[in-house]
Design a protein around this ligand. Structure first.
Ligand code: FES
Length: 106
């Protein structure tokens, strides 16, 4: 299992376990992490699974695809480290990943 840390906009962190192969969005939804809505169910079509990737993890997580970037335009308070969590596949390499949820979703 891989541990993913979700920090909310107030600074509170929740750590969840998820199997490799799931997405960061699925990790959040299965564990009822607040702040991730995922209205489209992971199809990269809603931007309500927006997270900020902690700086220390940005390189490992990588950059959004052009399709994801287009969808991020609909996100709230998008920053250089913004990603759609449904587009981040969990791998063993991401054990301990830290992402933050925005104050609100789109
Ligand atoms: S769940 Fe809709 S874009 Fe990620």
């Amino acid at each position: 299992m891989v541990k993913i840390n979700f920090r909310d906009s107030k600074g509170e962190t929740r750590t969840v376990d998820v199997e490799a192969g799931a997405t960061v969005m699925e990790a959040a939804i299965r564990n009822a992490v607040p702040g991730i809505e995922a209205e489209c169910g992971g199809a990269c079509a809603c931007a309500t699974c927006h997270v900020y990737v902690d700086d220390a993890w940005r390189e490992k997580v990588g950059n959004p695809t052009p399709m994801e970037e287009d969808m991020l335009d609909f996100g709230y308070d998008v920053r250089p480290n913004s990603r759609l969590s449904c587009q981040i596949k969990v791998t063993e390499e991401l054990d301990g990943l830290i992402v933050s949820t925005p104050e609100r979703q789109a």
